[in-house]
Design a protein around this ligand. Structure first.
Ligand SMILES: C[S@@+](CC[C@H](N)C(=O)[O-])C[C@H]1O[C@@H](n2cnc3c(N)ncnc32)[C@H](O)[C@@H]1O
Length: 278
């Protein structure tokens, strides 16, 4: 992170109910990508899995399916309200082996016999060195435990075909807001060196992004809602004005800019990295 921003240690996306809903919509777009990633990383029946930055519980739901009734999942998030949503969703899905803890993951001291630690879009949100955070998280693993993270790369956010100036603009608002708030918007690709610096074996990696078009694609709403969640940073750092953004009409304008031209747009690129401790 940018050391000069140490004083602004608030989570940039906030804790509104709109953000909680956005995460669940976004999770639909990543569902097959994250499911495949967890399987490739080796999450399987009977495992005890720690999920950090668990948000509304979307990854815990996937992990719970993979570990089955003989496994357990512990999710950690520092936002108590979002964990209420996560708990309700687990109950609705009938998973009794998933629990959630309200805690800052940079101060975590739990059992040390987990089979895996997993997380998505979390290391990039920590206002501390991700290497230090990862080292601390890995301490919770048994020898041979799995370390598996998915992080975003925002470099190409806003790419569409045919190119839509509005998509590009919205992508740059998000990227610049994140960058100026001190977040590492390219952490996805840096995961490789972060794993090595944390003393882990070389990770296996993959790179993919959801893509969509037409008038029903959920991506327009997810993008507009991410701009909404980041509006305080975007305005504070003069990335764009409220008039330019016109947040309440943004989703519809994004939708029109694609659907009217039979275009497709791409949502956040995600880099997956996984390895096992020695
Ligand atoms: C971008 S969301 C991702 C949620 C979920 N992993 C997903 O992919 O849908 C990041 C989550 O991490 C949580 N978070 C951010 N910093 C944290 C910290 N230091 N300790 C614990 N949770 C944190 C936020 O409250 C939020 O729920």
């Amino acid at each position: 992170m940018n050391q000069s921003n140490q004083s602004t240690q608030t989570y940039v996306l906030g804790s509104s109910s709109e953000e909680t809903q956005r995460l669940q919509k976004q999770a639909q777009m990543y569902l097959p990508i994250t499911q495949r990633f967890l399987q490739e990383a080796g999450i399987t029946a009977g495992m005890k899995v720690l999920e950090v930055g668990s948000g509304a519980g979307d990854i815990s739901l996937l992990v719970a399916e993979l570990v089955g009734p003989s496994g357990t999942v512990v999710g950690v998030d520092r936002n108590p309200e979002i964990l209420e949503t996560a708990r309700a969703r687990m109950q609705a899905a009938g998973h009794t082996n998933v629990s959630f803890i309200v805690e800052d993951i940079t101060n975590l001291t739990l059992d040390t016999d987990f089979d895996a630690v997993v997380g998505r879009f979390i290391l990039g949100h920590l206002f501390s060195d991700p290497v230090v955070a990862l080292r601390n998280l890995v301490r919770h693993l048994r020898p041979g435990g799995i370390v598996a993270f998915q992080e975003a790369d925002l470099t190409h956010l806003g790419t569409s075909f045919p190119p839509s100036p509005l998509f590009e603009q919205a992508g740059s608002w998000i990227r610049e807001g994140a960058r100026r708030a001190g977040l590492d918007y390219q952490l996805g690709f840096r995961l490789y060196s972060v794993f090595l610096d944390a003393g882990l074996p070389e990770p296996q990696m993959s790179y993919t992004s959801p893509i969509g078009g037409g008038s029903d694609w959920v991506g327009y709403d997810v993008m507009a809602e991410l701009v909404r969640s980041m509006l305080p940073e975007i305005l504070k750092f003069h990335v764009a004005t409220a008039e330019e953004i016109d947040i309440d009409t943004l989703a519809q304008r994004l939708r029109d800019s694609m659907a009217n031209r039979r275009g497709v747009a791409r949502w956040l690129d995600v880099v997956s990295a996984w390895t096992r401790t020695t």
